[in-house]
Design a binder for this molecule. Structure first.
Ligand code: C2O
Ligand code: CU
Length: 551
């Protein structure tokens, strides 16, 4: 195994990823940031210099379990203090399993400003995968907003509430297209929006006729659920979140923020032309143009637009095919990790939109999450006076199941706020049932992608309507459930998952939509914190840990 050293400088820079110039957060001048390429067992050392001048930062390695290094998870407020402007922080961890992963900012809603990238971990030498391909490519999908993260965050936490709205464009590998003629004052500043800027020319995926490509597709959208398709080419899904999938074919790949999929495509179509690669918003009424890239057949002219019109498929409000895809993702038959057949604890999380003192929030079982000033991991490990750090009452493990109408706006939309956490017994098996409901808008329920830090979980089932403890538990897939780290809960539906609390540390579990987590849509689990090794002093320096200041 090797040590892979990265030296990164994080900065605000003017960029025009969709032809519109705005400040983006870059790593060494790029957004998306540099790609991490490693082999299973390698150690990643990322030396991060915060050159944002007036903002803190932290980076989370999404999908990497951080076994033995929970302090490198990069979750500000949970596992570390923020990295202050001017400071350098070193993340060091092992990529212990092959697969496709991501990294992104985990401070405020900074991910939205472009601080993200991909991690590809290849199998060890001599080990093979259950499918074959000639070339490997990574594709990151993102939605892009022209407002700054400051404006958005301030709007979300104001009365009256200012919603972030729909994204201005969709980016494929950091490139999209905003229609400059839509600007109210187009000539405000020369060059603010320039359709001929090479920064916003579409991403081109060049393929050699006859070859098979593994596309590692990840989504780090702030808000949007997406559909992804390649004109004229079927995709075979073979991996999800680092686990092999029993292969199946699809025309539209639905992908939610925080998920990764590998698909295989073969360049077997008419090589005399190019094809559209498209991504569209689903689940919310789209107000964003289709995201476009070009599939180019070598050696034809590589930027030539395809002769066809790009698809705007599928229907945004058709939930059925999305639920069907979720159900189709099963563990590959030769790579089944059997789940424990029973669990020690069941936590039901009712997902609702609420108000607290007039502020808009999201809640679980009517409790909206807020981060403490002192990171949990440090407080628990260093035996600080916990009463000073976070609410010692754990959040509720259930809601008024019988009487809650998930199809209606709640009679009383008010919730409470807490930074309490679930303290799990080490090595126990925990079931989580995510129950979706109506928002504060009549006839509206959203899609929430839930992401667990530090673990993969088994996806035991999905369903529509209210989860039924009597009937639905019996229908769990205990035979070949896929393991994942991010999973959607569909509108008015439920999702059941199981994990073993076998990774010592403190771990966030939250909706991966930036604004939703910011508005309280998350919980935190602690397990086996006494087994955590000595914390590096570099994670400290904020809140009650000021006395433990870094060297
Ligand atoms: Cu990819 Cu806590 O997030
Ligand atoms: Cu959400």
């Amino acid at each position: 195994a090797r040590i892979r050293h990265y030296r990164w400088e994080v900065k605000y820079e003017y960029k025009s990823p969709d032809c519109f110039k705005k400040l983006a957060i870059t790593i060494n001048g790029e957004t998306p940031g540099p790609k991490i390429l490693a082999q299973q067992g390698d150690t990643i050392v990322a030396e991060l210099k915060n050159s944002l001048l007036t903002e803190n930062v932290a980076i989370h390695w999404h999908g990497i379990r951080q076994i033995g290094t929970p302090w490198s998870d990069g979750t500000e407020g949970v596992t570390q203090c923020p990295i202050f402007p001017g400071d350098t922080f070193i993340y060091k961890f092992v990529v212990d399993r092959a697969g496709s992963y991501l990294y992104h900012a985990h401070y405020g809603i900074q991910r939205e400003a472009g601080l993200y990238g991909s991690i590809t971990v290849s199998v060890p030498n001599g080990e093979s995968e259950p499918f074959a391909y000639d070339h490997d490519r990574s594709i990151i999908l993102d939605d892009w907003f022209h407002k700054s993260t400051y404006e958005q965050a301030a709007g979300l936490s104001s009365i009256p509430f200012v919603w972030v709205g729909e994204p201005q464009s969709l980016l494929i590998n950091g490139r999209g297209r905003f229609n400059c003629s839509l600007l109210a004052t187009p000539s405000l500043e020369a060059g603010v929006c320039n359709a001929t800027n090479p920064e916003c020319s579409p991403y081109v995926l060049t393929v050699i006729p006859g070859k098979t490509y593994r596309l590692r597709i990840g989504s780090l959208t702030s808000l949007s659920a997406l559909s992804f398709q390649i004109e004229g080419h079927n995709m075979t899904v073979v991996e999800a979140d680092g686990h092999y999938v029993e292969p199946f074919q699809t025309k539209n790949l639905y992908i939610y923020s925080g998920e990764t999929y590998s698909v295989l495509i073969t360049a077997n179509q008419d090589p005399s032309r190019n094809y559209w690669v498209t991504t569209n918003v689903v689940s919310r009424k789209p107000a964003t143009p289709t995201g476009l890239a070009i599939l180019n057949y070598y050696p034809k002219y590589f930027k030539k637009s395809p002769p066809t019109l790009p698809t705007t498929d599928p229907l945004w409000n058709d939930t059925a095919p999305r639920l069907a895809q979720s159900l189709a993702v099963k563990a590959h038959k030769s790579f089944i990790h059997s789940p424990p057949l029973t669990s020690d604890k069941v936590i039901v999380l009712l997902n609702t939109q609420n108000k607290i003192d007039g502020y808009y929030r999201w809640s679980l079982n009517n409790v909206s999450f807020s981060l403490p000033h002192t990171p949990y991991l440090i407080a628990l490990k260093e035996n600080l006076n916990l009463n000073h750090v976070f609410d010692q009452t754990p959040p509720p493990e259930n809601y008024d199941f019988k009487n809650y109408d998930i199809y209606a706006v709640a009679e009383n939309v008010n919730a409470t706020s807490s930074n309490g956490i679930y303290r799990l017994k080490f090595n126990t098996t925990v079931d989580i049932i995510l129950q979706n409901a109506n928002t504060m808008t009549v006839n509206n329920s959203e899609t929430h992608p839930w992401h667990l830090h530090g673990h993969d979980f088994w996806v035991l089932g999905y369903g529509t309507g209210k989860f039924d403890m009597m009937k639905d538990v019996g229908k769990y897939n205990l035979v070949n459930p896929i393991m994942k780290n991010t999973v959607p809960v569909h509108p008015y539906g439920w999702t059941a998952l199981r994990f073993r609390a076998d990774n010592p540390g403190v771990w966030a579990f939250h909706c991966h939509l930036e604004s939703h987590f910011y508005m309280g849509m998350g919980v935190v689990f602690e397990a086996g914190v006494e087994k955590v090794g000595k914390l590096p002093s570099s994670v400290m320096g904020c809140g009650e840990t000021k006395g433990f200041h870094r060297p």
